[in-house]
Design a protein around this ligand. Sequence first.
Ligand code: KG4
Ligand code: ZN
Length: 334
Amino acid sequence: MKDQYILGIETSCDETAASIVKNGQEIISNVVASQIESHKRFGGVVPEIASRHHVEQITIVIEEALKQAGMTPQDLDAVAVTEGPGLVGALLIGINAAKAFAFANGLPLVGVHHIAGHIYANALVQKMEFPLLALVVSGGHTELVLMKDDGLFELIGETRDDAAGEAYDKVARVLNLPYPGGPHIDKLANESDEALQFPRAWLEEGSYDFSFSGLKSAVINYQHNAEQRGEKVNPNHLAAGFQQSVVEVLTTKTIRAAREFKVKQVIAAGGVAANKGLRTSLEEAFTKENISFYVPPIKLCTDNAAMIAAAGNSKFSAGHRGNMSMNGRPGLEL
Ligand code: KG4
Ligand code: ZN
């Protein structure tokens, strides 16, 4: 079969990214322009600033992806772009760039769901086998997705309030750590020899849903109450206690779902999958369960366009095509 080259474009949040992927598996080029520095002083992503950066960067990033690959638009088979969910103004920059590029070069267009992208990041490092269970944990999502086959997504659990990454970022803020806080909390927790005890939200029996706002409030209140009493909390102990609670709930529910649905493979995806404590806990648990478990390297866990090209390759091969009426869909369902 002829090789298939897809240009992926991602602008749903605060990374402007373009990548070329061969046959949904092999990264030919992968360019990411991060805006973290611009959002840091606000402690989170400011949508208007994100859109402006995307406008400035998108053409440069696409040209760079082609240049690094040593390719021209004529070498491509399709353009895949994140259609949603995400910040609408940010999504629109990527979508309009993708439409213009596809139209100018006579290429087909494929719309990709951002979470499908995070899941297919795994296809870039190993062969995905079905039925597969994906734990997607990022700044905006905490989801358990069952895939009975390629391209078939079933949402079996999700957060009812904060996403895991959001809880990480908010806890980091009370500890005066820079944005995004996840990696800093992870580091503090790993260096700690002790952990404070915080609650775990299991929800109703059998539920695969998550809730992190109670935990987040418990940690923040603990810190504020200590400050009011003039006491100093050991940040390592606080970070370790918070992380233990998050990791235990994520690991326990993922194992229960993997058993119930008798999956062949479990994968983790999204920015929080970069977390060392979570990776270790899942690896140990699934080794015991004798179920294969994979997590992509860190740079493919956080937002990138190679994952969008990989997911786009699967949709394109299945015959899906977008058109010039494609729009940014902030609440797009999987
Ligand atoms: O997937 P991602 O890059 O963007 C979204 O689609 O949201 O995820 C970003 C999130 C942030 O909340 C960040 O704090 C978190 O992932 N994160 C981590 C770690 N690295 C990034 N959270 C915990 N531990 C980490 N090592
Ligand atoms: Zn993401």
